[in-house]
Design a protein around this ligand. Sequence first.
Ligand code: NAD
Ligand code: ZN
Length: 391
Amino acid sequence: MKGVVYQGEHHVEVQDVDEPELQGPNDAILDITTTCICGSDLHMYEGRTDAEPGIVFGHENMGVIEKVGDGVDDLEVGDRVVVPFNVACGHCKNCEEGKTGFCLNVNPDGGVPAGGAYGYVGMGPYQGGQAEKLRIPYADFNALKLPGEPEDEYEESFALLADIFPTGWHGTELADLQPGESVAIFGAGPVGQMAAYSAKIKGASKIYIVDRVDARLDLAAEHAGATPINFEEGDPVKQIEADFGGEVDKGVDAVGYQALDPDTDVGSDAYDPARENPAVVLNQLIDVVKPKGQLGIVGLYVPSDPGAPDEMAAQGRLGIDFGKLFEKGQQLGTGQCDVKKYNRYLRDLIAEDVADPSFVVTHEAGLDEAPDLYERFDDRDEDVLKVLLKP
Ligand code: NAD
Ligand code: ZN
């Protein structure tokens, strides 16, 4: 079968890869109908991790069950399902507590973080789903059944349940966003869009969204009612405080360690890594959120492990103004999204036409177009926001 295979920095190719097989009684094989490209794939794509060439990417997968192992009870061949990006066993201490992003059984290498994911370096031996088929371990636990028929009008929205809709929602949960509160969301990539949209669904009274790409800001304004703040037009903290008349209740970081520092010159390549400053958004959030406010950090930051590649190790140690966080008595929540904690409810919001997150989808294409779309999504300047691949 065909799969999107990492070749090295800024290089993926569509190649023949091994078809997955049932490896245990709890496995199922999924015939992929939709698999998405994620901002998290870009960390590997840009050569910032120790991902080795040969990895099949793809952790945002949905499709139709093609085969089930003898121990699978709840799924049948033909079921339409979406699969959380986390691989989880369902019965360890963390899974029982709903912390399925931190499953203790699925990552034999003990990678960082704990927990497993499809097609991701350090997250266990699970081939990704940017391919024709996928093996789902602990399938009863991991696959979420979906109503309707493959490729119906809900296909795009349901595909976003594998990661970004729950992850955006998670950002607002980590910030403990309540109806009527105000929130500043940094990053208007796919995850930031979903955080803004989640804030709207939750009844936020005022939503700010910060980015430098006007098309992304406009989209969040249109679909989440967010007030756009372009950080290249001046300090976003000052812009928000001037508009709002003070600090906001809550904040969400949907940018991560690749945050561009507005104080650096905009060169010919605005997304030059030399412009990055992984502490910038965190410090702006501490500034713009009120005392006793809460911050939800879903953008990815990397640990400064001795074993990590140099560049990543350095970025794990950030110049965060922890003293200011303390002085303001703020709380912050971080980490990978426990997708399973939210995906059932979000599925039902979609199925009942309460939510339609598909506004972020800009491209649907065959696997063959993946190399081109990776390159364009990586620019973050173009009109490529969320890409759905159709193997
Ligand atoms: P993305 O790269 O498309 O979006 C990031 C956005 O941040 C871009 O639009 C960029 O212009 C903007 N940005 C850069 N510097 C900024 C700054 N200083 N202030 C405000 N905005 C700035 O990626 P994405 O798919 O939206 O993902 C965002 C982050 O979330 C990534 O780090 C990704 O790895 C992470 N992620 C985390 C989880 C999780 O479980 N916690 C899941 C999915 C993705
Ligand atoms: Zn993802």
